[in-house]
Write a protein that binds this ligand. Structure first.
Ligand SMILES: Cc1cc2nc3c(=O)[nH]c(=O)nc-3n(C[C@H](O)[C@H](O)[C@H](O)COP(=O)(O)OP(=O)(O)OC[C@H]3O[C@@H](n4cnc5c(N)ncnc54)[C@H](O)[C@@H]3O)c2cc1C
Length: 352
């Protein structure tokens, strides 16, 4: 018998530590409880929202209607494949715990994704990525409860529609699938992936020409820590949801217009396979006149990373949205580029 908690505070469940309560909240430690919760909400015609580690969420001050389903499924298993190992982790496992587990065993494929907060079940939602790796590089299967058919389905990578910080789960029919477990194909004794300049530089400083997986993980964690991009409760920048804006991807025509406005500044850019070009949201924000640590009352930019919006004592979700709007408007005015938020907004909140 499902007994959701009524009017349950959500702020303690998310890394920004803001937002109002859930009308109903239930935690599912097994797949049967997930199915019961979905049926319970359907019988009452209530919306469902799935909660992982709350590290990519901005929850409105008035809270959310319906049922919030906190994912607490645990368990990690492995299967040997020819020349590879497939790791399957339940959706409620800590993501970084799984990365550590694979790195310690010498299985390459997730090492650059060290230190990303949150749970396994959220990794396919925005195709989590960092330092030249994305989960779509290694993901082989997503086991999920399809709320439309009421059945448990297994989706292959092609069905997930992955893109840059994007997937079918986020873009296509948000909320349709409750992710139960995710599988990743890794390479035993494989070489670490070192594609990103910050990571290569730190390894070089450490004199590591052929670094091991644990050494790459150490470097990634060190670089992330220097940017307040790991969860550390003692860090004054701790209350964030990581990067607040996506790096914009523009077509060549738009790029020419932005370049004209940038008037000779060396704007970083990364050509994409489809001919478009990815720009740096952090660079645009800085060149639009915003500085690290700049704040409006209890909300501001991280002192270590222009792309992270952080909350301080007394912050409300409305303050976060107002500050984000100000940053977005500044960039749009200076460069003609509209930034889009990376986190998911719950409740009535939006930037528009
Ligand atoms: C300090 C910091 C650094 C970060 N760095 C990075 C980074 O380098 N790269 C990166 O990609 N992200 C980064 N993030 C963002 C965030 O950590 C990731 O997006 C993470 O995957 C979110 O996981 P979560 O469990 O906290 O999800 P939540 O925030 O709880 O949920 C996010 C979304 O996923 C949905 N969801 C969660 N679990 C499930 C499930 N089991 N089934 C269906 N839907 C689900 C939710 O409904 C919501 O829409 C960072 C965040 C912080 C705070």
């Amino acid at each position: 018998m499902l007994s959701p908690v009524e009017h349950a505070p959500l702020a303690p469940h998310c890394t920004l530590r803001i937002g109002g309560p859930a009308r109903y909240l239930v935690e599912a430690a097994d797949e049967a409880t997930v199915a019961d919760a979905v049926a319970w909400a359907a019988a009452r015609d209530l919306p469902i929202r799935v909660l992982g580690g709350g590290s990519n969420l901005v929850i409105a001050d008035e809270g959310v209607e319906g049922l919030v389903l906190k994912i607490g499924l645990r368990g990690v298993s492995t299967r040997a494949l020819p020349g590879a190992v497939e790791v399957t982790a339940a959706a409620g496992e800590s993501w970084d715990g799984v990365v550590q587990h694979t790195v310690e065993r010498g299985w390459a494929g997730l090492e650059c994704l060290s230190g990303i907060p949150g749970l396994v079940g959220a990794t396919p939602i925005q195709n989590v990525g960092a330092y030249g790796q994305e989960v779509s590089d290694t993901l082989t299967a997503v086991r999920a409860l399809d709320r439309e058919s009421g059945r448990v389905v297994t989706l292959g990578p092609a069905e997930c529609g992955f893109g840059y910080r994007d997937s079918l789960f986020k873009r296509g029919a948000p909320g349709r699938h409750v992710v139960l477990a995710v599988s990743y194909r890794l390479t035993p004794d494989g070489p670490p992936n070192v594609r990103y300049a910050d990571i290569a530089r730190d390894l070089e400083t450490r004199g590591l020409a052929r670094p091991s997986l644990p050494q790459v993980r150490e470097t990634v964690l060190k670089v992330r820590r220097s940017k307040s991009m790991v969860l550390d409760p003692g860090d004054p920048n701790a209350r964030s949801c990581g990067s607040f804006f996506l790096n914009p991807i523009v077509d060549p025509g738009a790029l020419a217009a932005i370049d004209a406005r940038a008037a000779g500044l060396a704007m970083p850019r990364w050509p994409q396979p489809d001919g478009r070009v990815k720009l740096s949201a952090a660079w645009l924000i800085e060149r639009a006149g915003f500085n690290r640590g700049q704040s409006d009352g209890p909300v501001g930019l991280s002192t270590r990373h222009t792309l992270a919006i952080v909350c301080h004592d007394g912050a409300r979700a409305a303050d976060v949205a107002a500050f984000a709007r100000r940053v977005r408007a500044g960039v749009e005015q200076r460069f003609g580029v509209r930034l889009h938020p990376e986190p998911i907004f719950w409740g009535s909140l939006s930037l528009d």
